[in-house]
Write a protein that binds this ligand. Structure first.
Ligand code: 0O2
Ligand code: 0O2
Length: 267
């Protein structure tokens, strides 16, 4: 097959990866907008390189005209989570969607691979609307924690270096590193509530500061420079020494001031 032909075949996969990235990033954004903690930390995606497609097809004896039906990870999405139980929350979110049809799932967290690899895989069938009509493609979703991702990234590079196979001695060290990464996941799960409280506090604080700053700008636009400057210095003082309650009180005060001066401006 010529490169031009490959490029044509890969178009719907590229589109699927872009669309799926947007969809999963939107879930994260929505949680954040609601001042809630997202089970999704970050999302990446890629279309498999032509050379890797050919290599995998050869390894599994897939004829070129069957690649689109039998190679499930030409379109690949990776969803990273902070905590192991977030992975299962993301799985539930995906199971409840109507725009992705799950073909099958592989839980490499319960069924750890020989190498030490852990992740949750979902193979989905996804509709893509191209210029020439609707087409269904297969995509692989890999859902994992930050620690699992760290390990898999390192192991992947070593696999690349040792084309003939990673030496046994390094393999057993890698296995130990995978178990250490999983122990880390378990340890942070034990203090998850503490971590989430701290993150939530941070989210609430930054949202209050954004609101107050926007109100200060409104006061300036209403010509209330003196009041705006007063609120600005109150805000700076609270940011350096105050707490969240003081921020909430300041927000209420400035909201009242905006209502008052807006009323005066329009009367
Ligand atoms: P933001 O503002 O950083 O959240 P893209 O095409 O750029 O949307 P791509 O090319 O698929 O995404 O993947 P890329 O560039 O590897 O990373 C995708 C997103 O994941 C980027 O965020 C990265 O910042 C983020 N990312 C990658 N590695 C890490 C990591 O180790 N930790 C964290 N927290 N984030 C990471 P965005 O989407 O550009 O936006
Ligand atoms: P790439 O470069 O990441 O795309 P396999 O039997 O592993 O060859 P299979 O049966 O199609 O492949 O599916 P499986 O086992 O679910 O693995 C699919 C993908 O999961 C792999 O794609 C990797 O991305 C990841 N993966 C699976 N096992 C390991 C592992 O031991 N280490 C790391 N780092 N990643 C793994 P590709 O095509 O192998 O590679």
């Amino acid at each position: 097959m010529q490169t031009r032909e490959w490029k044509r075949i890969l178009i719907p996969y590229q589109q699927a990866v872009e669309e799926l990235k947007v969809k999963f990033k939107s879930i994260r954004r929505e949680y954040r907008k609601r001042n809630d903690i997202s089970p999704i930390e970050f999302v990446t995606g890629r279309v498999k390189e032509i050379s890797s497609i050919l290599e995998k097809a050869k390894k599994f004896d897939i004829p070129l005209n069957r690649i689109e039906y039998e190679l499930e990870d030409i379109a690949g999405i990776r969803i990273m989570c902070q905590f192991v139980n977030d992975i299962y929350k993301v799985v539930e979110i995906i199971r409840n969607r109507k725009d992705m049809q799950i073909m099958y799932e592989k839980d490499y967290i319960f069924n750890v691979k020989e190498s030490g690899y852990r992740s949750y895989h979902m193979i989905i069938k996804y509709p893509v609307y191209t210029a020439f009509g609707e087409q269904y493609i297969l995509a692989e979703l890999q859902i994992r924690t930050l620690a699992m991702n760290f390990w898999a990234t390192i192991e992947h590079s070593l696999n690349y270096k040792y084309k003939q196979g990673i030496p046994v001695e390094i393999q057993s060290r890698l296995k130990a590193a995978a178990d250490a990464a999983f122990t880390l996941d378990q340890l942070v799960l034990d203090i998850k509530d503490e971590i989430m409280d701290a993150q939530k506090l941070f989210e609430v604080k930054s949202s209050l500061v954004t609101d107050i700053t926007n109100h200060i700008l409104t006061l300036i636009s209403l010509g209330r420079m003196k009041e705006a400057t007063g609120f600005q210095s109150d805000l700076e003082a609270i940011i350096s020494d105050g707490d969240i309650l003081e921020l909430a009180t300041l927000k209420e005060k400035i909201e009242n001031a905006v209502v008052l001066y807006r009323g005066k401006a329009f009367n």
